[in-house]
Design a binder for this molecule. Structure first.
Ligand SMILES: [Mg+2]
Length: 390
């Protein structure tokens, strides 16, 4: 397949609110060539990522991402790896490059697998899919009562694992305890519980250590992202203070190397990878294999659309040992409209990807049109980018 066209669709809810819900907008990518189409999604600030695709060359390591891709040929997984390496070399001085590339790489994997008439996970070498325990991924509500209500609803819907994150957690120990206690009370002792604090303590280990004992009392499986993404010594130190509780992180990794550092030097027990950020499906798959060797559990990170969920699960769906996956349960209307929503398939709370070629997810063009943000980028008297016509 020759890459003839790469389109970015910046879609957004009418109003973006100041809260930690990454499904309020999206950057969907379409790659076309030789009659074949593939779709992907960047986990990114859409406009900045589009800019990295088209911005005029600034110097030889700061070239627009599109210059490394247009007109190239992709007939194998190795071809995609070569193109990713080319982009990384030509555009490494633009920090947004991995975000921009990730969505394109996912779309290339989708197109190639569709051309080969097989699912992406099979193209990666996996024989079959193993359903995963889906954890209902939610944000903390402002009060313990409301948070507990959301937890109860998830358990009633059949989820056997829940994760709450961001929101008001971290205000003080008392409030944090009330939030976690309300969840545990609502879901009972059998449902797995995880807590995500969204890099809350930056690099302050003391604040995190104060929470460890409390979270262990409520049988919390993991504490996620206590610190910023590259604070490896702080992650390692916190891990040493945990008895039963484990530390999870990695969603902020912009490269496989960053995620490997989190495993080797941050000593996390769960490595969470977003294919829309780490460079796409192939580096994520390499990381899944790496985690397996290191005795670390690979978990997808996804908080947006079914397209992103499918992409993030392909690297791990064929590995039986990785038994739990993130499943966003509070997506915006946008994230519900762009693809047909996926649901947890059985009462045991297990999730399986749909069968089909590529990522097995269709994109609704009418929905893209409804949410499309009109963008035009010009410089030197030339139009560099204009939102695609649908
Ligand atoms: Mg998180």
């Amino acid at each position: 397949m020759r890459i003839e066209q790469i389109d970015f669709f910046y879609v957004s809810m009418p109003v973006i609110e100041d809260r930690a819900d990454g499904s309020q907008d999206a950057l969907v990518v379409r790659v076309q060539g030789d009659g074949q189409t593939g779709w992907g999604e960047c986990e990114a600030s859409p406009l900045v990522s589009i800019a990295a695709f088209v911005a005029p060359m600034s110097h030889s390591a700061c070239r627009p991402v599109r210059d490394s891709l247009m007109g190239e040929t992709v007939n194998s997984v190795d071809d995609i790896r070569c193109l990713s390496a080319k982009v990384a070399a030509n555009s490494f001085d633009m920090l947004q490059t991995p975000h921009t590339l990730s969505g394109i790489e996912i779309a290339l994997c989708d197109a190639l697998a569709r051309q080969k008439k097989m699912p992406v996970y099979k193209m990666l070498g996996h024989e079959k899919k193993y359903p995963k325990l889906a954890y209902a991924s939610m944000l903390f509500a402002p009060t313990p009562e409301e948070t507990g209500r959301h937890a109860r609803e998830a358990a009633e819907q059949g989820y056997r694992a829940v994760k709450f994150g961001w929101g008001g957690f971290g205000v003080n120990l008392e409030h944090d305890r009330a939030l976690v206690e309300a969840i545990r009370k609502a879901i009972g002792s059998d449902v797995r519980l995880m807590v995500d604090v969204g890099t809350l303590w930056s690099n302050k280990t003391d604040e995190a250590i104060k929470r460890v004992q409390m979270l262990e009392e409520f049988d919390v499986v993991w504490l996620e992202e206590p610190f910023e993404s590259m604070e490896y010594p702080h992650y390692a130190e916190l891990s040493r203070h945990c008895k039963k509780l484990k530390i999870a992180a990695g969603e902020g990794s912009h490269s496989a190397a960053m995620a490997k550092n989190m495993i080797d030097h941050g000593k996390v027990a769960f490595i969470q990878i977003d294919t829309g950020r780490v460079g796409g499906i192939l580096p994520a798959h390499d990381l899944a294999e790496y985690a397996l060797k290191k005795g670390v559990q690979f978990v997808n990170h996804t908080f947006t659309t079914p397209l992103a969920l499918s992409a993030s699960l392909q690297p791990m769906i064929g590995i039986e040992k990785f038994d739990i996956c993130e499943f966003p349960v509070q997506p915006t209307q946008l994230a519900q409209d762009i693809n047909r929503p996926l649901c947890v398939t059985d009462r045991n709370g297990m999730f399986d990807l749909p069968d089909g070629d590529g990522l097995a997810i269709e994109v609704d063009l009418a929905a893209l049109k409804k949410y499309l943000v009109q963008v035009k980028i010009e410089s030197h008297g030339k139009v560099l980018y204009e939102s695609p016509k649908i």
